[in-house]
Design a protein around this ligand. Structure first.
Ligand code: G6P
Length: 593
């Protein structure tokens, strides 16, 4: 959603915060700002991406060694510099950044206005600065004022707060991530680890309804009622380079290219305890959003292949009345498999929490160590894909699918070593596909002249088609829809016009090649422009443009066939002059419902 950062140490805070903000900019990028504490609190904030703001303002003119920053994805209030964070109280002595939504905003704002507070922005965030300021008149110290203000707000938040005259930063979280980075004579707050990986790999993960303060020398954690909590840092093996572009033009192409290796990390993953839990269930309920939802659909098909029944539900629909199916069927015999790259997607977490109230047990599949999902699940499997910075998911998706397939196979009593052997083969297939990137680039040159796209596939190729269409929509802003190939004739064919590209995903091992050829012929007869991604010559013969897939272990075709679609979306975005790492209106981690 939004990216937040806080720094206290001996270095120039504005520069440390600026660099850290660049690493969390994928969380939001419609405006940004930095505040530094010196004899007073000074702020620079403006509309646009950080690179644009840097051209207009000199962040390094902010002198001081305590600072905070924010990159915004607007919720309350339009995109303008007044609404950009940080926000202050009227005295300018309390300054804060916020990620989340204050739900009792209207009531509190009215109360504060009656008490004489003058608001300068339309945000929910600004009221927190005024609220702390009012509480400070009653409380014995700033910490007390901060905690009592926190107790008055409803909704989700992570805050970093500074107060003139204090050599400290305060933070707090509820349903929105905040971590402490522990350095040598320096401490950090951040929305997530990539922000400060170049400074430290030791992190303390704040939990629900916890607050903390950091000084140069250390940190203290407490509950919202002020009770001290002790927690040691966790050392993570992510390296700073993992969160850098390392010579690639964009994070997206770097992350696509990493997949031959990231998929091998799955080999070290132990899924046995999650498999035991899953096997005990009477009902398997799978929850996810966005790209993770496509991994969920593939998992459902794989489970079905082994004779396990399951349902997949989009996070935001899980408990939506009226007549939410899940409200009827989820109980203590249910195991929920919640899939989320970030582990922070509010819709997914809210569905998980709902299922818990019904007594369900939770298996979390996430890429982010210490994320909310990892903590709230009964059993957590990390996907181990390494930091994913580009807003659109690529390597995290292929790792999710590999892990989920392993989990299904172990539940079914399959030989795990044979599965792992196939993952090694898959890694070579991914490498082979990526080495033919130029062919995809050539196809993208032709396709970037078009504005509407169909993606079709049968069986497991259908969720792959959905993922291909989603990638294209997200980063080119072109219209793309995915269909089960056999469903075209039941409606979507009426949309087909002369020349519309239909991207056909057709691994021949999936069987029924003749059926997908019939679908191609139906499209051809209506003048469509067919792009085939297949290992079948019979399929490719029917296509106007062809990408021949290398041989691939049948089990993992869905993963292999996703790679050319990722590359296609990337190259089209570049040809259309769009930034694939930061698509408009989107954020990587959506921490509001
Ligand atoms: C956002 C991102 C998508 C992502 C989805 C789910 O919408 O833009 O790329 O697939 O969230 O994210 P999660 O972290 O739960 O997998």
């Amino acid at each position: 959603m939004c990216g937040i950062v806080g720094y206290i140490g001996n270095k120039k805070a504005s520069l440390v915060v600026l660099e850290a903000l660049k690493n969390v900019e994928y969380r939001g990028y419609d405006s940004a700002g930095i505040a530094v504490l010196n004899s007073s609190i000074q702020i620079i904030k403006d509309v646009g991406k950080l690179a644009e703001i840097e051209k207009k303002h000199n962040f390094s003119s902010l002198e001081g060694t305590i600072g905070m920053g924010h990159t915004r994805w607007a919720t309350h209030g339009g995109v303008n510099s007044m609404n950009a964070h940080p926000h202050t109280d009227e005295s300018g002595e309390i300054c804060l950044v916020h990620n989340g939504i204050i739900e009792n905003f209207q009531t509190l704002r009215e109360k504060l206005q009656k008490a004489g507070c003058k608001f300068r922005s339309e945000t929910d965030t600004e009221l927190m600065a005024h609220l702390i300021s009012l509480e400070l008149k009653k409380a014995k110290d700033f910490k007390g004022a901060f905690l009592s203000a926190l107790q008055k707000i409803e909704g989700s938040f992570s805050f970093v707060v500074m107060h003139k005259g204090e050599q400290k930063l305060y933070g707090a979280r509820k349903s929105s991530p905040l971590i402490i980075g522990v350095g040598k004579n320096e401490m950090f707050f951040a929305s997530d680890m990539p922000a400060v990986l170049s400074h430290t790999r030791d992190f303390v993960f704040l939990q629900e309804n916890e607050a903390a303060e950091i000084t140069k020398e250390g940190y203290e954690i407490y509950s919202l009622s002020g009770a001290k909590i002790s927690r040691a840092p966790t050392h993570v093996d992510w390296t700073p380079q993992m969160a850098q572009k390392e010579g690639y033009a964009h994070f997206m192409i770097k992350e696509i290219s990493e997949q031959q290796n990231s998929i091998r990390n799955v080999l070290a993953t132990d899924v046995t305890s999650a498999a035991k839990l899953l096997k005990k269930s009477k009902y398997i309920s799978i929850i996810a959003c966005g790209t993770s939802y496509h991994a969920a659909l593939l998992f459902k098909l794989r489970l079905a292949n082994y004779g396990f029944r399951s349902d997949v539900v989009i996070g935001s629909e899980y408990s939506t009345p009226p007549g939410s199916l899940q409200a009827q069927v989820v109980d203590k015999n249910t195991v929920v498999v919640a899939i989320s790259q970030s582990g922070e997607t509010a819709d997914t977490l809210s569905a998980v929490r709902f299922a818990k109230t019904k007594g369900a047990r939770i298996i979390g599949i996430t890429n982010v160590i210490g994320s909310s999902l990892s903590r709230e699940a009964d059993s957590c499997i990390y996907t181990g894909a390494g930091p994913e910075i580009s807003v659109v998911a690529t390597k995290s998706f292929t790792s999710q699918v590999a892990i989920l397939y392993m989990l299904a196979a172990v539940c079914a009593g399959e030989n795990i070593n044979e599965i792992k052997e196939k993952i090694r083969d898959l890694s070579a297939v991914i490498e082979a596909v990526i080495s033919k990137d130029k062919e995809i680039n050539d196809i993208s040159a032709e396709l970037s002249k078009h504005e509407d796209f169909f993606f079709i596939g049968r069986g497991a190729a259908h969720p792959v088609a959905m993922e291909g269409a989603l990638k294209l929509k997200e980063i080119t802003y072109l219209h793309a829809e995915a269909y089960a190939a056999g469903e075209l004739k039941h409606g979507p064919l009426s949309l087909l016009e002369e020349g519309i590209p239909v991207i056909v995903i057709a691994p021949q091992n999936a069987g029924n090649v003749f059926k997908i050829i019939s679908s191609i012929k139906e499209c051809n007869a209506r003048g469509a422009f067919i792009v085939g991604i297949s290992d079948s010559d019979a399929v490719l013969e029917e296509c106007n443009l062809k990408f021949k897939m290398p041989d691939c272990p049948t089990l993992f075709e869905a993963i292999a066939y996703t790679i050319p679609l990722q590359l296609l979306a990337y190259h089209m975005a570049i040809k259309l002059d769009k930034d694939p790492d930061k698509p408009r209106n989107l954020a990587k981690s959506v921490t509001v419902e």
